[in-house]
Write a protein that binds this ligand. Structure first.
Ligand code: CTP
Ligand code: MG
Length: 181
């Protein structure tokens, strides 16, 4: 498989995991998931993880996966790349995993004394990838093995932090996000 094909498949397969974070930023607000609860004096998750943001993030990612399924044939022809179809379990596993990873990272941040919005280099950029991949593997192991080959996984791990940093910088510049990371 060529480099172009590998990159296109990596981006296509991860799009339903990329969008939830951005959708959560746009839709966030309302009741925090932890309900204000603390552990050893620090918030369990913090006000940055809300029910509304999480639900809208999952819905946005799942909706995108369904749209990608619908335009898969035409896109494959256009790009000259055999793009994968998302099984229904993966339609939900990718965005749910992305949101869970982000929540797990906030849990870890609060346990390590980082306040809401504090940067956690590395974790911020890859938390959602690890959990999205893990949940997809559990949801559809055979599909996962076919799509996420080693070269595709390498592209995902290299390209995701770059995409994450640039979209967050744009959201920050537009005033949608409080920090540029
Ligand atoms: N958001 C949300 N629910 C989520 C994730 C994000 O409502 N599950 C919204 C919140 O308004 C949050 C914003 O998106 O403030 C930015 O997300 P993020 O950077 O993940 O949260 P932070 O506020 O930086 O908090 P943390 O330090 O816990 O990451
Ligand atoms: Mg943040």
């Amino acid at each position: 498989m060529g480099v172009f094909e590998t990159v296109v498949i990596a981006l296509w397969a991860m799009l339903p995991a990329y969008v939830p974070n951005n959708a959560a930023v746009l839709a966030g607000g309302g009741r925090p998931i932890d309900g204000g609860r603390t552990w050893n004096g620090d918030r369990l998750l913090g006000d940055g993880k809300t029910w509304r943001g999480t639900a809208m993030g999952v819905l946005a990612g799942a909706a995108l996966a369904l749209v990608l399924n619908a335009v898969r044939g035409a896109s494959s022809d256009l790009l000259g790349v055999g793009l994968p179809e998302f099984p229904l379990a993966v339609v939900f596993a990718l965005p749910t995993g992305a949101m869970l990873g982000d929540i797990a990272a906030s849990f870890l941040k609060r346990r390590t004394g980082r306040q809401r919005g504090a940067a956690f280099p590395g974790v911020d950029q890859l938390d959602f990838v690890v959990f999205a991949l893990l949940l997809s593997f559990l949801a559809a192991p055979d599909w996962f093995g076919e799509v996420f080959t080693i070269p595709v996984l390498v592209v995902v791990v290299v390209v995701t932090p770059l995409l994450h940093l640039s979209t967050n910088a744009i959201a920050y510049a537009l005033g949608l996000k409080d920090e540029p990371y």
